[in-house]
Write a protein that binds this ligand. Sequence first.
Ligand SMILES: Nc1ncnc2c1ncn2[C@@H]1O[C@H](COP(=O)(O)OP(=O)(O)OP(=O)(O)O)[C@@H](O)[C@H]1O
Ligand SMILES: [Mg+2]
Length: 458
Amino acid sequence: MSKILVIDDDKSIRESLELYLAEEGYEVRTASTGTEGLNRFVRDLPDVVILDIRLPDIDGFTVLEDLREEDEKVKVIMITAHHDMETTINAMKGGAFDYIHKPINVDELDIAIKKALGSVELEKKISGLLMEHPRDFKVGDIIGTGNKMKEVFKTIGIVSQNKTTVLIQGESGTGKELIAKCIHYNTSRDEPYIAVNCSAIVETLLESELFGHEKGSFTGAIARKQGKFELARYGTVFLDEISEMSINLQAKLLRVLQEMEFERVGGKDRVRVNARIIAATNKNLKKIVKEGTFRDDLFYRLNIVSINIPPLRERPEDLEPLVEYLLNKANRDLHKQIAGVSDEMMEVFRRYSWPGNIRELENLLVRAVVVAKGQVLGREDFPDLMDEKSDARTGGEPAGDAVEPGKIPTLDEIEEMHIRRVIKETDKNKGEMCEILGISRPTFERKLEKYGITFERE
Ligand SMILES: Nc1ncnc2c1ncn2[C@@H]1O[C@H](COP(=O)(O)OP(=O)(O)OP(=O)(O)O)[C@@H](O)[C@H]1O
Ligand SMILES: [Mg+2]
């Protein structure tokens, strides 16, 4: 029998819903405040929650947030006032499964509940855990034409045949998570893929997130909870931003990787790890090992196979195919039919250094597709990029105006501007540039890298 929890301070609504839903064959629990509702939720683990937005103690949005923290797959149907579209939109944005308007229409309610229960069933069928559709993660969907990306694809192919630990390194937005999913869906597509961001949660919580806990192991541990390593079963645990893990937890993770077994927090039973572990970082792990904030033995354990994704500025050959791919995706998602990017704008793209990599490119394109008036995206569709204090502008303005008027530039900014200016004035001959700048070739290369400056020799 499916369980439904009704959280509403209005006694008559509670009672009539309870009566109606019980008659429909559901097991019903009710609560009149947010706090009571949250407690009931943890205790009874209902399949669906019907939640009023206005509650006497905590507002419904916060309750929704807390419920989702307990169980991100929770199906919450919000009750909103009829006239208030904004609240409804916010409810959906906050992760509500559906909403119904007041006064409650039972047919509407019925449909919402059946939909929610249907999706619970479906999720259980798939794996017991929410996962994205594997169809989205064919290697062919990862754009990469140069040698470095071919190397990446080759490694994906190799590691997909076994379950070795993989370390993925790359600047932010280079596609680390995409590669991790790709490895997962090529290895064990019917098992769960579970991502944990090691920087997003405080240490003690992260430990119980990863390894689970026994009932009563700390205040708030109301019931036994399985950790991500257990939930992932024979699938994948993706440890994102691994560099941010505390030294203390690093030691624990190391032990788990050595023994492939662990105990839940506050427990004695040994639990086996069957999942593959993929760790990712946008920092240079070797460097932070040297600095002493990351354990070298853990680094070696994780770095059994490593994949280094090159930043976009080092893959100029991918820029055009990526623009095409991402534009298609945006067109599909937004029901638009933008034909492409103007030649002039493509040139700006080529000269830009893309510090946020593919994520930045994707965001810019999506925004441009949303606001575009014409069929082809031009400079007016990328105001952010045209404002950049980089060389991402067309025309030959003196480099000096690359800094906002009225703002006193930093030394680095002046250095960067000066280098860009020299590049322009020397017809891109590196020897000549070094001479003008009075620095050695290696120093020059280092500075180019520092500022993300790339150019092709003419
Ligand atoms: N080679 C690629 N081909 C197509 N899309 C890509 C590629 N690489 C990245 N993307 C897209 O770019 C976006 C960012 O990728 P992803 O989230 O995997 O990066 P990340 O390295 O994990 O970033 P962060 O360090 O910021 O977490 C995603 O929407 C992803 O689908
Ligand atoms: Mg990521």
